[in-house]
Design a protein around this ligand. Structure first.
Ligand code: ARG
Length: 465
């Protein structure tokens, strides 16, 4: 067997691996994307091995030069994979050894693929979490800009049970999503912290007899700390589960936004017109303009929820420490992160250019029925218990819907209500009266915009740090 044809473990084996084993075992197709992290981890590892006297300066430099070559080959697509390159760790080590000879064969000293893959994945997850935060922050910025443009004057019907409830400002509605995305950002920041512990030095499961210095590699790799328990270090995938959960909940939020766009762009609502660049046509129906972006974002929530349940099922039965099942952690993680980022970017573009149909919103918001609660509250101001006021107004609404007269005429004619109460039903009145701090009217909006600006500034500071 040529060296390139040998497995990492060939010494103990008389026979090479069966093709069927390799077909099942191989992960290079998806863990290739850990190449930058794998090389970074190996750089830190050889640097540490030299610092503690296991490698000479010369050997370290030979390995570092070989790692630079491998990095360049991988980046430019000239890296030639061998059939025995089961995963990215095997591939990099094989090529480093081809390039650096004896020094290369020392690269894996005191290290196992178990602590290596955990290190790579933690580095990747930290980077990914920051990317998701940036994408979500950009989306929030667009929503805040659109909210400020809509300002104090654009109201639409607010819904509960998808039935007209009370009017709300469009700005207030858009900012509701910004707060949910803000919680997603906090979750991704916590994911980054969860991943920020170096497992390198844990070896296969128990550490090493060699004088390894895990603090040194942790600091070279920019980790906040190192593992305290080698068994935990190689078997812990909590940070992956937390990342995929953060992705699932983020995508659930995006899905709800998507659902709203599907509804609002329908002829029945007519609250938005989709930008051409973020809508699709029909291959058969010439008049169609379809909200595929919103639907795909909604549909992909199912996929990430699947990533999460699949991952948890993989983890639930594993004894300590590393088990090969853990190779199954990567695809759900990569898929969840890729899907969230693609979805956020598409929604960002869509909201950047969407047209809010203010007239359709205004007409919906102007229905006097949306002021029914204000009528009851008018009676409460006069001393009537709310439950009685609710019944009085409910009776008027029933009569108006029954066709006796318009709600406004019935209110005007009612001795307990009259003209002052009719004023509460005029278009714009109900939303103007939503004065509760954090409420849907213009008075509390200014404070909310200020709070949301502080949130965005905090996020920018985190991204810069
Ligand atoms: N490809 C493996 C994974 O993703 C790397 C670790 C292999 N370790 C082992 N003991 N076979 O988990």
């Amino acid at each position: 067997m040529s060296d390139a044809g040998k497995t990492l473990w060939h010494g103990r084996f008389a026979d090479g691996p069966a093709d069927a084993l390799m077909a099942l075992s191989v992960s290079i197709g998806f863990d290739q994307r850990l190449a930058p992290q794998d090389i970074e981890g190996s750089r830190a590892h050889v640097t540490m091995l030299c610092a503690v006297g296991i490698l000479t300066d010369h050997e370290r430099d030979d390995v570092l030069v070989a790692l630079d070559t491998v990095a360049a080959e991988l980046e430019t697509g000239t890296f030639e994979f061998a059939p025995t390159d089961e995963d990215i760790h095997t591939a990099v080590e094989r090529r480093v050894t081809e390039l650096a000879g004896v020094a290369g064969a020392k690269l894996h000293t005191g290290r196992s693929r178990n602590d290596q893959v955990a290190t790579d994945l933690r580095l990747w997850t930290k980077h990914a979490a920051t990317n998701v935060v940036r994408a979500l922050h950009d989306f929030q910025s667009v929503l805040v800009r659109r909210a400020e443009e809509a300002g104090e004057f654009v109201a639409l019907p607010g819904y509960t049970h998808l039935q007209h409830a009370q009017p709300v400002l469009l700005a207030h509605h858009l900012l509701a999503h910004v707060w949910a995305l803000g919680r997603d950002i906090e979750r991704w920041q916590r994911v980054r912290s969860a991943a920020d512990v170096s497992p390198l030095g844990a070896g296969a499961l128990a550490g090493s007899s060699l004088p390894l210095d895990p603090d040194h590699t942790a600091s070279l790799l920019g980790f906040a700390s190192r593992f305290e328990n080698s068994l935990d270090a190689v078997s812990d995938r909590d940070f992956v589960a937390e990342a995929v959960f953060a992705a699932a909940l983020t995508q659930v939020h995006l899905s709800r936004i998507g659902e709203e766009i599907v509804l609002w762009s329908s002829a029945e609502f007519g609250f938005v017109t989709l930008p051409d660049a973020y809508a699709t046509g029909s291959s058969m129906l010439p008049q169609k303009k379809n909200p595929d972006v919103a639907e795909l974002v909604r549909g992909k929530a199912g996929r990430i929820i699947g990533d999460l349940t699949g991952l948890l099922a993989t983890l639930k039965g594993l004894p300590l420490a590393y088990n090969r099942d853990l190779q199954e952690d990567k695809e759900p993680l990569f898929d969840a992160v890729d899907t969230v980022i693609a979805s956020v970017r598409a929604l960002t573009g869509l909201f950047d250019a969407i047209t809010f149909e203010r007239d359709a919103m205004r007409i919906g918001a102007a229905s006097p029925y949306l002021g029914a609660t204000d009528l009851a509250e008018y009676l409460v101001e006069g001393g009537m218990p709310f439950r009685d006021a609710h019944a009085v107004v409910g009776d008027l609404v029933r009569r108006a819907i029954g066709g006796e007269s318009s709600l406004i005429d019935l209110v005007a004619a009612d001795a307990r209500l009259g003209d002052a109460a009719v004023a509460r039903l005029q278009p714009g009145a109900a939303v103007a009266h939503r004065t509760t701090p954090g409420g849907a009217g213009p008075a509390p909006l200014t404070a909310q915009v200020r709070a949301v600006r502080t949130l965005l500034a905090d996020e920018e500071q985190w991204l810069a740090g």
